[in-house]
Design a protein around this ligand. Sequence first.
Ligand code: ATP
Length: 224
Amino acid sequence: MATVISGSDARMRQRVGLLGGTFDPVHFGHLRSAVEVREQLQLDELRLIPSARPPHREVPGASAGQRLAMVRLAAGEGSGLQVDDCELRRERPSYTVDTLESLRAELGNDAALFMVLGWDAFCGLPGWHRWDELLRLAHIVVLQRPDYDLDVPEVLKDLLAARSVDDPARLAQASCGYILCLSQTPLAISATHIRGLIAKGASPRFLLPDAVLDYIETEGLYRP
Ligand code: ATP
């Protein structure tokens, strides 16, 4: 379990975490990780940011509006998580670097931004638009992903050697630029698995919030 950063460091600058995703649908793997990152890094807020037109993958099974609705239901009362629909309000594709630039403009240069990624997404970073600029805009927090067994690409090994830190307090000293690998409760849940269960008529209950499952059933999502 990662160390919790000290209170004095934590209060120096605004600290905002961002977990972007397709959320097709949102599930407890996303939500539990988000809550744990928020607590471990003592973030002022953690924003879930649904992607409108994911540039790296196939067309989602649910529309952008439906995915946003599910994230809102999941982050409802008491979760301590915020929902930011900034990528859905944009006309262009949802490039993360654009989102980070607009958040920097909103929050200012002093705020610490923490871009949260699962291990699978981190390993795919070299394919992202202007990926080498991301650390200029935010820290990167990497979550373990027990359902993926991926080797890290060479270029990321170099980046990890140069930028990764073990102590979360180091991240509190800067607004961007470091990589931290966190241990959170490992949950081998994926949206792909949930869609697959629904498509074959099986129940995904207890892999995602009941309110999200009710919405999926009402909207008839992910059925063949
Ligand atoms: P799909 O199976 O459709 O690819 P997914 O379950 O990976 O979807 P995404 O919306 O693509 O969900 O993920 C958004 C972010 O959350 C990514 O950075 C991903 O790595 C991370 N993530 C997703 N599921 C988990 C999980 N179970 N544990 C930790 N991180 C996760």
